[in-house]
Design a binder for this molecule. Structure first.
Ligand SMILES: C[S@@+](CC[C@H](N)C(=O)[O-])C[C@H]1O[C@@H](n2cnc3c(N)ncnc32)[C@H](O)[C@@H]1O
Length: 165
């Protein structure tokens, strides 16, 4: 799946390797291989495709947890997060990878200017960040709990009331 832009591919060998592995089905075949060894009784369903094509087919408010680890570019990452909000049950978890830096820790204009890139260093922090993921998390959820790139938040529970407005 050639999901990286030319500019991203020029950024480094990491992206070239991932794009090549996706194109050769290596990652998918490894997934099929690994999931053969789950304990009996554990059922794994999977759908293969871009999240923009697949997520709209999933049942809303039916998942305990959604883990997001796909395209890092802002538009796709935000789409995945907004869809996750629809899919997760109240009280469920939405989490993902690649949030090394939260918007509050850096200049928002820096994230916006680089939101289509995969990964780059934040000048003042001397840390790498995925600007599209940082910006999307900021817009979808604000500050979240984050641990070395892994981030998690609990979906808001709507208050049920019979009181009229
Ligand atoms: C950062 S890697 C993470 C892979 C895996 N979760 C892991 O930790 O090994 C991102 C993966 O998302 C896939 N991907 C990229 N863009 C996607 C999209 N728009 N929809 C679905 N998957 C996507 C890529 O093919 C790649 O396998």
């Amino acid at each position: 799946m050639p999901y990286f832009s030319k500019k991203q591919l020029q950024q480094g060998a990491n992206f070239q390797l991932t794009a090549t592995l996706s194109g050769l089905d290596i990652t998918y075949n490894l997934f099929l291989h690994n999931t053969r060894f789950v304990p009996q009784g554990v059922k794994i369903d999977h759908m293969r495709g871009l999240s923009v094509d697949v997520l709209p087919y999933l049942k809303e408010i039916s998942f305990d947890m959604v883990y997001i680890d796909g395209d890092h570019a802002y538009e796709s990452a935000l789409f995945d997060m907004l869809m996750a909000q629809k899919l997760v049950k109240p009280g469920g978890l939405i989490c993902g990878d690649d949030l090394e830096v939260q918007a509050a820790e850096c200049d928002l204009a820096f994230l916006e200017a680089n939101r289509t890139l995969d990964i780059l260093p934040v000048p003042d922090l001397k840390r790498n960040c995925h600007p599209g993921v940082s910006l999307a998390v900021h817009e979808a959820f604000g500050d979240v709990s984050a641990y070395h790139g892994f981030w998690v938040m609990r979906k808001w529970k709507p208050v049920v009331t019979n009181r009229s407005p």
